[in-house]
Design a binder for this molecule. Structure first.
Ligand code: NDP
Length: 315
C-alpha cells in the first residue's frame, strides 16, 4: 500500500481544508502587469501615469495607507503627488486643490483619503473630482455608470475581490453570491460587479433576518462588515468561496502585553475547514486594493489619451 495516502481510518477523520487565495502574490502579479504597461506608455507614448493622493489631517491609519500607496506608485514607475493638508483646512481650499488637480495633465488619478474631518462634506469633495480621474470609483457618475453596466472607474476593493473570484472560478455565472455589508465603498459596488457576472446576488446588512441561513445558501460569501470574526465556519456552505474584506485589529495577549493582531470578519480557523477557497487576513483583499488603485490609474491614463487599455486590469 502507498503509505503517502494514509490509512482508511485517517481518510475517515480527515477534514476538508480550503484553498487559500493568496492575495499578496496575486497583487504582486497585478503590480507587475501595471509596471509593464507603465513602461510601455513611457517608451511608446512618452506618458508617465500620475496619481495624486490628498490627505487631510493626521489620522494614523490614513497616514500609513498614504505612505504605502505613494511607495507602490513609485515602485511601478508612476509619478506620485502627495498633498498633505492641515486638519483645519477649509472646504473651499480643498475643493480648489481638487480643481487644480483636475486641470493638471500630469495627474491621471486623484484619491482623497477617507475619512475626512467632520467639517468637510465628503460627498461634495468626492463629486468635485473629475470622474475620469476618480480612481477610487466613488464619484456619483462612476456609481451610475457601474450600476447601469457601462464602462466606469471601478472601486478598488470590490475590483480586487472580483479579480480573485474570476481567477479562481473562471465563470461566476449562475452562482449564489451573498455580500454581508451594504456600504457605498464595498458592499454595493461588489453587488453590482457580481450582478454583472450573472450571479444571483443577495446583500445582507444589520437588519437582515436569519443571517446565518442567508449566508449558508451562498456559493460565494463576501464579508464586509467590520466586526471581528463575526461569520463562523458553521455558517458557510461546504465548498463555498469566502472573500473576507474585513480588517479588524484585536488584542493579542498571547503575543505579549498590549500587543494586537489583525483578523477579518470571518472566523478563519473554522471557515478554512469548510470552505472550498478563502482569502486570509492579512494577505487577502488588502494588498489587492492598493494594486487595483494602481491598475485604475493606468486605465485612467490610457482612457484620457485615447490609448488601448491593458488587458485584465479592469472589468
Ligand atoms: P461600513 O461600516 O461602511 O459598513 C458595514 C456594513 O456592515 C453595513 O452595511 C452594516 O449594516 C453591516 N453590518 C454591521 N453589523 C452587522 C451585523 N451584525 N450583521 C450584518 N451586517 C452588519 O464598513 P465598510 O464597508 O467600509 O468596511 C467593512 C470592513 O471592510 C471593515 O472592516 C473595513 O476595515 C474593511 N475594509 C477593508 C478594505 C480592504 O482593502 N481590505 C477596504 C475597505 C474596507 P447597516 O448598513 O445596516 O448598518
Amino acid at each position: 500500500m502507498d503509505e503517502s495516502l494514509g490509512t482508511p481510518d485517517q481518510w475517515g477523520t480527515k477534514t476538508m481544508t480550503a484553498h487559500i487565495i493568496d492575495g499578496k502574490a496575486f497583487a504582486a502579479r497585478v503590480r507587475e502587469k501595471v509596471a509593464g504597461h507603465v513602461a510601455l506608455l513611457k517608451s511608446e507614448a512618452g506618458l508617465t501615469p500620475g496619481l495624486a493622493v490628498v490627505l487631510v489631517g493626521e489620522d494614523p491609519a490614513s497616514q500609513v495607507y498614504v505612505r504605502a500607496k505613494g511607495k507602490l506608485t513609485v515602485d511601478v514607475g508612476m509619478a506620485s503627488f502627495e498633498h498633505r493638508l492641515d486638519a483645519a483646512t477649509s472646504e473651499a481650499d480643498l475643493l480648489s486643490l481638487i480643481q487644480s488637480l483636475n486641470a493638471d495633465p500630469k495627474v491621471h488619478g486623484i484619491l482623497v483619503q477617507l475619512p475626512l474631518p467632520d467639517h468637510l462634506n465628503s460627498d461634495l469633495v468626492i463629486n468635485t473630482i473629475d470622474p475620469a480621474k476618480d480612481v477610487d470609483g466613488f464619484h456619483i457618475s462612476n456609481v451610475g455608470l457601474l450600476g447601469t453596466g457601462q464602462k466606469s472607474m471601478v472601486p478598488c476593493t470590490p475590483l480586487g475581490c472580483l479579480m480573485m473570484l474570476r481567477d479562481h472560478h473562471g465563470s461566476l455565472s449562475g452562482m449564489d453570491a451573498v455580500i454581508v455589508g451594504r456600504s457605498n465603498i464595498v458592499g454595493k459596488p461588489m453587488a453590482q460587479l457580481l450582478l454583472g457576472e450573472s450571479c444571483t446576488v443577495t446583500i445582507a446588512h444589520s437588519r437582515t433576518r436569519n443571517l446565518e441561513e442567508v449566508v449558508r445558501r451562498a456559493d460565494i460569501v463576501v464579508a464586509a462588515v467590520g466586526r471581528p470574526e463575526m461569520v463562523p465556519g458553521g455558517w458557510i456552505k461546504p465548498g463555498a468561496t469566502v472573500i473576507d474584506v474585513g480588517i479588524n485589529r484585536i488584542p493579542a495577549p498571547e503575543k505579549g502585553e498590549g500587543k494586537t493582531r489583525l483578523v477579518g470578519d470571518v472566523e478563519f480557523a473554522s471557515a478554512v475547514e469548510v470552505a472550498g477557497a478563502i482569502t486570509p487576513v492579512p494577505g487577502g483583499v488588502g494588498p489587492m486594493t492598493i494594486a487595483c488603485l494602481l491598475a485604475n490609474t493606468v486605465t485612467a491614463c490610457c482612457r484620457a489619451n485615447g490609448l488601448p487599455e491593458p488587458d485584465g486590469l479592469t472589468v
